[in-house]
Design a protein around this ligand. Structure first.
Ligand code: DX5
Ligand code: ZN
Length: 219
């Protein structure tokens, strides 16, 4: 899969209407989304429980969108192969949840997926520096993971800028993704800070018109 060079919008289905999930996915696809962000939570790494492997497998049948699977779970190494088989295109794990990040990132790539590494707002960027040769996506959280609909934390902006610099200086082909509280009021500043991919859940799915909402994120 070719990674586009423009800003990518990745609606998070966590805020979609699950009673008509297929239609919701088709609607964001038609509205111009290129990725679909899929938040997987286990009730341990974060206090919430959300979507799992059968859902990914089922929605894989209805769309060719890039499935950006965000694992907010403990022991992520146990589940990488099953998410890959279910149809994930990218699998992102949290540095805070990895006992052996090197091994798990290599395993994600070995199953043909893009490998992503994420960090919570309080986790310093230093913690991911040693893994740049093994990742395709660096996911900076701009809320504490666990729930959709939280407010963007502006104090994360310096970290986003630092991450941009780190990636540029590394010369590696890594996409910088930002996740949490992204809406029309902060999308521009997040893009200016260097983000390539904007995750947006509640802002997109609670809007009247998904296309207009996505367009506003790109203004
Ligand atoms: C938070 C999730 C986010 C969230 C984004 O734990 O990782 O992806 O669903 O939703 P909004 O855009 O509503 O913050
Ligand atoms: Zn997420």
């Amino acid at each position: 899969m070719i990674i586009p060079v423009m800003t990518i919008i990745a609606p998070s289905i966590l805020s979609a209407n699950f009673s008509k999930l297929g239609e919701e996915i088709k609607a964001v696809e038609e509205a111009g989304a290129e990725w679909l962000h899929i938040d997987v939570m286990d009730g341990h790494f974060v206090p919430n429980i959300t979507i799992g492997i059968p859902v990914v497998k089922s929605i894989r049948k209805i769309t060719d969108l890039f499935f950006d699977v965000h694992l907010m779970i403990e022991n992520p190494e146990r589940y990488v192969e099953r998410f890959a088989d279910a149809g994930a295109n990218g699998i992102t794990v949290h540095i805070e949840a990895c006992e052996n990040a090197r091994e798990i990132l290599q395993s994600i790539r070995s199953f043909g997926c893009k490998a992503g590494l994420s960090l919570k707002p309080a986790t310093p960027l230093e913690s991911v520096k040693d893994y740049l040769d093994l990742i395709d996506i660096l996911l900076v959280m701009s809320v504490n993971p666990g729930f959709g609909g939280q407010k963007f934390m502006p104090e994360v902006l310096p970290k986003i800028r630092e991450a941009r610099k780190l990636i540029d200086e590394s010369g590696k082909n890594i996409l910088l993704e930002v996740d949490g509280g992204i809406c029309d009021e902060n999308a521009r500043i997040v893009r200016e800070a260097g983000a390539d991919v904007l995750v947006s859940g509640s802002y997109v799915f609670r809007s009247e018109n998904y296309r207009k909402a996505i367009e506003k994120l790109l203004l």
